[in-house]
Design a protein around this ligand. Structure first.
Ligand SMILES: [Zn+2]
Length: 290
């Protein structure tokens, strides 16, 4: 009998959204997410005040209920910086954001999508829990589809890619798609997923000012309407996903996995009997699964 990880409430799908730069259009986007009950991560630069960004004095109230993550202090192409500048861009941003939001800031979105092995290592060393890239799985999916068109016998090099995979490395966390990359198409695919032997992660990223530039707020609203208020989807911030995964990894099982100990403060949900039974393992509890 297999014991699988399930998401809170026994769900097997999770949706998360990630928006960068904190410009004025975030106000409209936050309002939309709040209206539909969606959770997002907003990636902010604690060292930039200018005419296109929301004043820092408004941040705490505006973004309440969502995660705030670091986007570096002043938005350099960070992989080109010296080690000392990488460190100060990350540390100073965290200090500034933590002062404003009064909570640990543990996530990061690479400015200009720029990262390297060194930047990722420094993130880890500084206690960040993840780093988000701008490499859409969308591109990998399209490349695989194209390869199949060219040669029907093509064997995918990295297995079948759906775009809804869980990241292997949270410090190189690739989103499913930018919102301009077939968001509604991906949304429909995500809603149609029913195979409970897998978990699915749908990760959308972008910048709110792009909706003004591209005049496509309607498309985003249609997406929010389509994916919201579903019983089978967990709506989570980036950090909630990372911390839930950590909680699951900390579970202690007997070798025959009939019993599980949850040393966390939070509950963890498990899928037992091929998904026929969902078991909530409360924080601090020992539970016999069968
Ligand atoms: Zn940015």
């Amino acid at each position: 009998m297999h014991v699988y990880k399930a998401y809170p409430g026994g769900k097997f799908k999770v949706l998360t959204l990630s928006y960068d730069d904190g410009k004025f259009s975030d106000r409209r986007l936050v309002e939309m997410f709040n209206q539909y009950g969606l959770k997002a991560t907003f990636n902010l630069n604690g060292g930039i005040r200018d005419q296109v960004r929301i004043p820092m004095e408004e941040w705490k109230e505006l973004y309440a209920g969502h995660e705030i993550a670091s986007h570096s202090l002043t938005h350099p192409t960070i992989a080109r910086c010296s080690t000392s500048e990488i460190v100060s861009e990350l540390v100073e941003d965290r200090l500034a954001l933590e002062k404003i939001f009064d909570t640990p800031i543990l996530g990061h979105a690479f400015p200009n999508g720029s990262s390297s092995a060194e930047v990722r290592q420094i993130l880890k060393d500084l206690g960040f829990l993840y780093g988000r890239t701008i490499t859409d799985s969308y591109c990998l999916v399209r490349a695989t589809e194209y390869a199949k068109q060219v040669d029907k016998n093509q064997i995918p090099v990295v297995g079948e890619i759906t775009g809804f995979e869980f990241p292997e490395d949270f410090y190189a966390w690739n989103p499913t798609c930018h919102h301009n990359h077939d968001l509604l198409g991906y949304g429909k695919k995500f809603l149609e997923l029913t195979k409970k032997q897998y978990t699915y992660l749908f990760y959308v990223w972008g910048h709110s000012y792009e909706f003004d530039r591209d005049n496509n707020w309607d498309m985003m609203e249609e997406f929010c309407k389509m994916v919201s208020h579903r019983d089978d989807i967990w709506y989570a911030t980036n950090l909630e996903i990372v911390q839930y995964e950590e909680a699951f990894r900390r579970l202690i099982f007997t070798m025959d996995h009939h019993q599980v100990v949850n040393p966390n403060a939070c509950s963890v949900w498990l899928s037992v009997d091929d998904g026929n039974r969902i078991v909530e393992v409360p924080g601090g509890a020992t539970v016999n699964l069968f």
